[in-house]
Design a binder for this molecule. Structure first.
Ligand SMILES: Cc1cc2nc3c(=O)[nH]c(=O)nc-3n(C[C@H](O)[C@H](O)[C@H](O)COP(=O)(O)O)c2cc1C
Length: 234
């Protein structure tokens, strides 16, 4: 075999070795997809964690998710229209907070079916308040230990927390956690609710700058919510 033939044969052998090595090193479809899944899970988990403030839960109560009759049957007075969709006002603000912080939403739900008629609801809530009722909760936070920060959103009902919020604070001990109230009202603001929350959760740290907004301004509140959260360091 002359030099040229040897060189050609050697090149062929090298080529075969290289291509064999190449196929051996290729990641299998399952290997590459599981790496992808791990990365997706990690970034999903990271999305719920604020680097400075820890893991965030956004709990809220809105009449619209506790009337039991669905959006169409409930008076439109209980809803805001955000991007063409009708949502309870507290839910609308909770969504804005979630958008800004990456926190997880939690709807405070009760077995009580609140009247969809606003006049009847107002009377019903007055009765609940006069009895100092504790409506039964049907939604529960399964992994409270995971969270460092709990946003808690509620409407002003008769210048106080809705009674179901008393059930909520009875059920959980927020010792060591940061509690950030947000509220929607029709003129009364927060009333005394922030002090009440601190009394109900003496081991938690209630922030001194909670969010409050009139029901008339909820639909355009995103900018205000963002500035408030920026001010709190989120
Ligand atoms: C039973 C009831 C009592 C209310 N009491 C007050 C009140 O004392 N002061 C006030 O400013 N707004 C009051 N409001 C208005 C609510 O705070 C306001 O409509 C809020 O947006 C309701 O939130 P939601 O629609 O997400 O449930 C009351 C509303 C209801 C239904």
């Amino acid at each position: 075999m002359n030099r040229r033939k040897w060189a050609a044969a050697l090149s062929l052998v090298l080529l075969l070795i290289l291509s064999a090595c190449g196929s051996g090193d290729s990641p299998s479809p399952s290997g590459s997809s599981s790496a992808g899944t791990n990365q997706a899970a990690e970034s999903e988990a990271a999305a719920n964690i604020d680097e400075d403030n820890g893991k965030i839960l956004i709990a809220y109560f809105t009449a619209a998710e506790n009337s039991g009759e669905g959006v169409d049957a409930v008076t439109t007075a209980s809803f805001s229209t955000i991007n063409g969709t009708a949502v309870g006002r507290l839910r609308a603000i909770a969504d804005m907070i979630a958008e800004h912080t990456g926190g997880e939403l939690f709807s405070i739900r009760t077995s009580v079916v609140y009247p969809s008629d606003i006049g009847k609801l107002i009377d019903y809530a007055a009765q609940e308040q006069s009895e100092d009722a504790r409506p039964e909760l049907v939604s529960h936070i399964e992994n409270l230990d995971d969270y460092d920060v709990i946003f808690v959103g509620y409407p002003n009902w008769w210048a106080d927390l809705p009674q179901v919020l008393y059930s909520f604070f009875d059920e959980y001990d927020f010792t060591g956690k940061t509690i950030i109230p947000f509220n929607v009202h029709n003129g009364s603001g927060l009333s005394r609710t922030v002090q009440t929350i601190q009394e109900l959760e003496p081991g938690g740290e209630v922030v001194e700058d909670p969010f409050t907004i009139s029901e008339r301004n909820v639909e355009d509140a995103a900018g205000e919510v963002d500035s408030w959260l920026d001010g709190l360091g989120y």
